[in-house]
Design a protein around this ligand. Structure first.
Ligand code: 13P
Length: 249
């Protein structure tokens, strides 16, 4: 049985008072059947760690450095995230690939660094609309995934979480259909299996305009094990409704 996970990616949103209300509401709610995590901006890690203490909700960050430590101004090391109670870190989000020039090799190195520091990397892959329309979806995400699988090897690859986030569905209100998402997830799982990693145990999340009204259908797909949620993770009621849309094991 695979673990399922619903993770909130707050992106660059939040304020101390708003974070407190949001996390308090999440902690007070009945525990969903799946694992739940919130990935908050770096400055709020300490606040979130304190507010989540004693709860079942995991803490994550949205990026980490490829380096262990050193003269890398502005970077944050995976080991630092660990010190603030993080168990997860997103790597290779399309916004970082597009806006910060992160290559497949960089993303793979970040995943490796995260694992070495005791964190679970949530590795994001996804195609642009143009790539999808040109029939390149599998070629693009296959290459993004291969970089990670090759660097990590089969054993360490079995310890990651994968997130399929079509770029055209992120923040657009236009989610992939359940069929489209399932098709890509099945492709990704086959690719992971081909590399010798434990594909059946590897959680694969869908991300891109997941809302309370489409979550259930997406999460009902056989290869979709939860979601990586952007905008809707900022509203406690929506995020909780999405988490409770994960089928019980
Ligand atoms: P939205 O849910 O806002 O579309 O964002 C998805 C995302 O990028 C999560 O990482």
């Amino acid at each position: 049985m695979r673990r399922s996970l619903v993770a909130g990616n707050w992106k660059m949103h939040g304020r101390l008072d708003a974070n407190r209300s949001l996390i308090d509401a999440l902690v007070a709610a009945p525990r969903p059947a799946c694992e739940v995590a919130v990935c908050v901006p770096f400055p709020y890690l300490a606040q979130a760690q304190a507010l989540l203490a004693g709860s079942a909700i995991a803490l994550g960050a949205q990026d980490c450095s490829v380096h262990e430590q050193g003269a890398y101004t502005g970077e944050v090391a995976a080991g630092m995230l660990r010190e603030f109670g993080c168990s997860h870190v997103i790597v290779g989000h399309s916004e970082r690939r597009a806006l910060h020039g992160e290559t497949d090799a960089t993303v793979a190195a970040k995943a490796e660094r995260a694992l070495a520091s005791g964190l679970t990397p949530i590795v994001c892959v996804g195609e642009t609309l143009e790539q999808r329309e040109q029939g390149q979806t599998e070629a693009v995400i296959g290459m993004q995934l291969d970089a990670v699988l090759h660097l990590l090897g089969a054993q360490r690859s079995s310890r990651i979480v994968l997130a399929y986030e079509p770029v055209w569905a992120i923040g657009t209100g236009r989610s992939a259909s359940a069929e489209q998402a399932q098709q890509v997830h099945a492709f990704l799982r086959a690719r992971v299996r081909h590399h010798g990693a434990d594909a059946d145990a590897l959680p694969m999340l869908y991300g891109g305009s997941v809302k309370p009204d489409n979550a259930r259908e997406l999460f009902a797909q056989p290869d979709i094990d939860g979601g990586l949620i952007g905008g809707a993770s900022l509203k406690a009621a929506d995020f909780l409704a999405i988490a409770s849309a994960v089928p019980s094991p």
